[in-house]
Write a protein that binds this ligand. Structure first.
Ligand SMILES: C[S@@+](CC[C@H](N)C(=O)[O-])C[C@H]1O[C@@H](n2cnc3c(N)ncnc32)[C@H](O)[C@@H]1O
Length: 221
């Protein structure tokens, strides 16, 4: 399977933990926002709206959706964008249970495929990833950050025209909140994308989710 790590790889246990966590969610709640650990559809869609700002939606394009869950982004695209049917979509998720739900829902949709993996096997025009960095479970912060750096490098390599991801911001009151959540100031990964990946970066904030933000990274001009 694409992107599968050998059992002794430093990130193998981390991926297995993510897989267990989200497979359990979707097995309990089915293909619903709760099944991908989101509180509700309106905020799930608000995140998609921000992430899709990386794409020019007027012309057809190819899109990798990393951590696609049950493919909720497709429902949003079909509802909101007249050119949606012409988007060549690949959804990738670590959780085979999630991918099984996505295939059940979307098997009749043209130009649409799903893959159980931790990275995309193809280069697309754009990539997006919603919510994949938020729940670090009991992983040490440094290991979680090496997972994020690896995922950002994959997104960069596999996106011709840009990619977009979202993060949880530090809490306004200065508290740390539940230890299983990963919170980080926007400058951290903004600088990483600029310096390590050579990307032009835009950070979107203030779109109605006060402790979240979206990072859009585009290739240099
Ligand atoms: C919070 S859910 C969001 C699902 C979907 N993006 C949405 O917003 O409806 C995160 C999903 O990302 C998957 N995931 C996390 N890290 C991943 C990775 N590196 N590669 C593929 N899938 C990943 C999880 O299995 C889970 O299904």
């Amino acid at each position: 399977m694409t992107g599968r790590l050998s059992a002794d790889h430093p990130l193998a246990a981390l991926y297995a933990g993510i897989d267990r966590y989200y497979s359990r969610k979707v097995n309990i709640h089915g293909p619903t926002p709760a099944g991908v650990d989101w509180p509700c559809l309106p905020t799930q869609e608000l995140r998609f709206e921000q992430l899709l700002r990386v794409c020019g939606l007027q012309t057809p394009f190819s899109l990798n959706d990393i951590g696609c869950g049950y493919g909720a982004l497709l429902a949003f695209l079909d509802k909101r964008h007249t050119q949606a049917a012409r988007i060549n979509y690949l959804g990738v998720d670590l959780s085979a249970a999630m991918v099984a739900q996505a295939r059940l829902l979307w098997h009749q949709r043209p130009l649409t495929e799903f893959l159980a993996a931790n990275t995309s096997p193809r280069v697309a025009d754009y990539s997006v990833a919603s919510g994949i960095f938020n729940v670090k479970l009991d992983q040490p912060r440094a290991l979680w950050e090496s997972f994020i750096a690896r995922t950002l490098a994959d997104l960069h390599r596999n996106s011709r025209a840009g990619f977009a991801v979202n993060f949880l911001a530090p809490l306004a009151g200065g508290g740390t909140g539940p230890p299983e959540l990963y919170r980080v100031a926007p400058q951290h990964w903004q600088r990483h994308c600029e310096h390590a990946l050579g990307a032009r970066v835009e950070v979107l904030q203030g779109y109605g989710l006060p402790d979240e933000y979206t990072v859009i990274a585009r290739p240099p001009r």
